[in-house]
Design a protein around this ligand. Structure first.
Ligand code: KET
Length: 409
């Protein structure tokens, strides 16, 4: 009889909300007209609205109008065109690794799915089960890799005193890692800190990692968002490909093409030679098939349509650059607004950090205060999504930071 007796699930405890996505849940419940969501990394226009790129609308129109298109399953590895074009986007048009057929690329469920498939593959087939992730890092990384069967350790990355890179600490920790360990690297626009190594520092990191046989696993969720230029943002990865060594790279089209909910991404594994690459691909299929069988068609078709047409590709680059530029302009506006209020402390990290986020240095108590008193929502580590800010909301945020810093320091 319905409703009588104990549930077989009665022992289950209520899980906490996700530290990032839960911020949006709380924001949605807030009735205040001045509420502001700077939690999740999702681009908003100057009007505070989500943005569908014009070039994406165009591609979708082409797809809808094409009567020859069907809804058959994709292969386990996804849309072949999409995979080829994605590899070129990240490794470069003229990448020798692609020409030598030693890259295998599979379409996956955005960045998260690509990291998970890569993690599962490594857990099953790679001799060293330890993965080093930066401290701090995107909150989902430790969970993804732990569930994939890897043992997660961290390397120093950020120095809270300088609000910049802890380069010495990073080299020391990577230098002390067991030979062969996997190292998760944010390809650009490190989340949450907005702090990236310079090209010279990348070169030192590369030399150290290769000398110890550490395996790089790049997470590329922001290609084009850091500098506004797709090639510059991919440079660290290309340096590691150019030395002939092996690596993994997870790509997401959530941010740079605004395809968040379409869940479009790719995992590439660069191998020593074509023979290894084809065997690796055969094993990736065995990871994917029991997990979700094959990836979704629509988002990958949008990406492939754009990447294979010169004009649409150029149009995308212009739209991407304008998103990146708007974020940079928000940094300057916020920095100026804080200065004009005479807020104590050095806030220059706001204009020095890059990508979608600013790691403000605000503590959890100050964040809670800003949410309670100003209806401003952000993750408790003090990260704000600059992409969620606009000229009209900068003053409100600056007032809130002013109040938080002067009352709760
Ligand atoms: N890697 C990094 C570094 C990252 O910031 C995100 C998303 C992802 C991967 C995964 O994105 P996907 O949508 O699976 O392609 N970060 C933002 C959204 C989230 O937490 O899901 C964020 O940090 O706000």
């Amino acid at each position: 009889m319905a409703g009588s007796g104990d549930s077989v699930f009665a022992h289950i405890v209520l899980a906490p909300e996700d530290p990032i996505l839960g911020v949006t849940v709380a924001y949605n419940k807030d009735q205040s007209p001045v509420k502001l969501n700077l939690g999740v990394g999702a681009y908003r226009t100057e009007e505070g609205k989500p943005l569908v790129l014009n070039v994406v609308r165009k591609a979708e129109q082409l797809l809808v109008n094409d009567q020859s298109r069907v809804k058959e399953y994709l292969p386990i590895t996804g849309l072949a065109d999409f995979n080829k074009l994605s590899a070129k986007l990240i490794f470069g048009d003229d990448s020798p690794a692609i020409q030598e057929n030693r890259v295998t690329t599979v379409q996956s469920l955005s960045g998260t799915g690509s990291l998970r498939v890569g993690g599962e593959f490594l857990g099953k087939h790679y001799h060293e089960r330890t993965i080093y992730i930066p401290q701090p890092t995107w909150g989902n990384h430790p969970k993804i890799f732990t569930l994939a069967g890897l043992s997660v350790k961290s390397y120093r990355y950020y120095n809270p005193q300088t609000k910049g890179l802890d380069f010495e600490g990073m080299l020391e920790d990577l230098g002390a890692a067991p030979s062969g360990a996997i190292v998760l690297i944010h390809a650009c626009a490190h989340n949450p800190t907005g702090v990236d190594p310079t090209v010279e520092q990348w070169e030192q990191i590369r030399t150290l990692m290769r000398s110890k046989g550490l395996l790089p696993f790049f997470d590329s969720a922001y290609q084009g968002f850091a500098s506004g230029n797709l090639d510059s943002d991919a440079q660290p990865i290309r340096m590691f490909v150019a030395d002939g060594g092996e690596l993994l790279a997870a790509q997401s089209y959530a941010k740079n093409m605004g395809l968040y909910g379409e869940r479009v991404g790719a995992l590439s594994i660069v191998c020593r030679n074509a023979d290894v690459a084809s065997k690796v691909e055969s094993q990736l299929k065995l990871v994917i098939r029991p997990m979700y069988s094959s990836p979704p068609l629509h988002g990958a078709s949008i990406v492939a349509t754009i990447l294979k047409d010169r004009n649409m590709y150029d149009e995308w680059k212009v739209e991407l650059k304008s998103m990146a530029d708007r974020i940079i302009s928000m940094r300057h506006q916020l920095f100026d607004a804080l200065n004009s209020r005479g807020i104590p402390g050095d806030w220059s990290h706001i204009i020095k950090q890059i990508g979608m986020f600013t790691f403000t240095g605000l503590n959890p108590e100050q964040v809670a205060f800003m949410t309670k008193e100003f209806h401003i929502y952000m993750t408790s580590d003090g990260r704000i999504s600059m992409a969620g800010l606009s000229s009209s909301t900068v003053p409100h945020l600056a007032d809130a930071i002013h109040a938080a810093v002067t009352r709760l320091s």
